[in-house]
Design a binder for this molecule. Sequence first.
Ligand code: AMP
Ligand code: MN
Ligand code: MN
Ligand code: MN
Length: 287
Amino acid sequence: MTARPQYDLHCHSTASDGLLSPAAVVRRAAERGVDVLALTDHDEVSGLAEAAAEAALTGVAFVPGTELSVSWHDVTLHIVGLHIQPDSPALLAGMQRIRSGRRQRGMLMGDSLARHGIPGAYEGALSFAANEDMLSRTHFARFLVEQRHCRDVREVFKRYLTPGKPGYVDHVWASLADAIALIHDAGGRAVLAHPGRYKVSRPAMRKLLTEFKDRGGDAIEVLTSSHTDAQAQEFVGHALRFGFLASCGSDFHGPGESWLDFGELPPLPPALKPVWHDWAVGPRVSA
Ligand code: AMP
Ligand code: MN
Ligand code: MN
Ligand code: MN
């Protein structure tokens, strides 16, 4: 029996805002049937070596990745880089620039939450961050759950930490052009992550896809835990119309905290050209 190989090209570890160590992420993916896995920590590559070593032990084909934070007009976008060289000096310097504002933003978020009756959130969030350089809204969310302000992380994002809500602080990340250039400099492919999640009008989405294409963007995520079936269909159409390669990934952050676990995505529709179509990396084929 040879089932179709399972690709999961988007997930997180404790190197950014995931709950599991890079090695534990790989083990979980392997146990749940993933054949080809990319670890894509936010603005960070420090988990890749550990993940690659574990992948070699478990037989998972490993793809080094990252997920860069981008500001496009007033929208925050995420651009996944796949098959990057993690030691690319341009990429390392670029990610350091993106991360450097996180500490300051975190302090302002803490001040904002304190004004709304939640003291100590900056220090509390830091205590949840294994990588203090990568302080994320997710770490604040975990602190608010621990302090019983909310039942779970999803409720935190509904009530706090999102535009217009207490604890949200605007931040300017990398530009779209810079993020694509950093990924290309590192030999990778630039993938627009979870496009259905951006709160933009239809014309603005077309503008975004046009600009991403014009600037050299390679692929879009069609299948992700963030998409409804209707959104997956919509982005299948956009991938075909704009000539993007297609990618897929769970965006797994941790047990009990994610919409989808490893091994739960359906295969990409056959009409699409996968982002991995010409990769040498692939699942081991046994005769
Ligand atoms: P940051 O890069 O620090 O602004 O944090 C962004 C992260 O917050 C995302 O990568 C998600 O992990 C998490 N996040 C954003 N919105 C939500 C949401 N509605 N529910 C759960 N997690 C979310
Ligand atoms: Mn995240
Ligand atoms: Mn994302
Ligand atoms: Mn992600």
